[in-house]
Design a protein around this ligand. Structure first.
Ligand code: PEP
Length: 249
């Protein structure tokens, strides 16, 4: 049975003590056992975050990783390194990685494979750009992203995949997909998985929505039947807002 998930992507924000303060503020929160709460601090604070959350239910994930195990890749972090400090989850394919660091679906496919080799869970981000939405090609775009990166995985590997549909036009812009727009595409995504694999597998995959989720719009989006939570950027940096979003699920 799939879980509801609220994950905060802290991006390149918060120094060491700000990260610790935000974690402390979240630690007192209690939430239902069918909900998972995750945070993705910067690489430099992952070990600290892992220690601070050890006794509780908040899970820590990385924002990215390299596809290779080791080698001459200056400035990069491997799955093996993450694994060695107890990090067993990673966000891959975020639109900012695609836009600013030229990440492609073909490269992401390799990253997903590596992460799975280390038994890591992957929050895989994908979604269309504004011109693609305007042209009505968002269903095709999303289909192609999923087919290229994930559709050769077997069903055991799928148990490690969490999907995050993030329309690029809604990320950090204040524009949000309406609850109906989110439901339409989430149902389409689940249908794609059902037709490639089977209904049971499709029912078990958590599909998160990301793009300007705030306390004011979270419950309308999360109440859609195929929306299983959210990947939250800006609003996850403020403890009060992030807690309000978690409580909306
Ligand atoms: C994100 O970066 O994944 C995101 C959804 O950001 P925001 O919530 O700020 O739009």
């Amino acid at each position: 049975m799939r879980k509801k998930i609220v994950a905060g992507n802290w991006k390149m924000n918060n120094n060491k003590s700000e990260t610790a303060d935000l974690i402390q503020a979240l630690k007192s929160l209690s939430f239902s056992t069918d909900v998972r709460v995750m945070i993705a601090p910067a690489f430099t604070h992952l070990a600290q975050a892992e220690e601070l959350t050890q006794a509780g239910r908040i899970e820590v994930l990385a924002q990215n990783m390299n596809a290779n195990d080791s080698g001459a890749f200056t400035g990069e972090i491997s799955a093996k390194m993450l694994h060695s400090i107890g990090i067993d989850k990673v966000i891959l394919g975020h639109s900012e990685r695609r836009a600013y660091y030229n990440e492609t679906d073909v490269g992401l496919k390799q990253k997903v494979k590596t992460a799975l080799t280390y038994d890591m869970e992957v929050v895989f981000c994908f979604g269309e750009e504004l011109d693609q939405r305007k042209a009505g090609s968002h269903f095709e775009v999303v289909q192609s992203q999923l087919e290229t990166v994930l559709f050769d995985l077997n069903s055991t590997e799928w148990s490690k995949i969490i999907l995050a549909y993030e329309p690029v036009w809604a990320i950090g812009t204040g524009e949000t997909a309406s609850p109906d727009q989110a439901q339409d595409i989430h149902a389409f995504i689940r249908g794609l998985i059902a037709s490639k694999y089977d209904e049971d597998l499709a029912k078990d995959v958590s599909i998160l929505y990301g793009g300007s989720v705030k306390p004011a719009n979270a419950s309308a989006i999360f109440s859609q039947p195929d929306v299983d939570g959210g990947l939250i950027g800006g609003a996850s940096l403020n403890a009060e807002d992030f807690i309000a979003i978690i409580q909306s699920i």
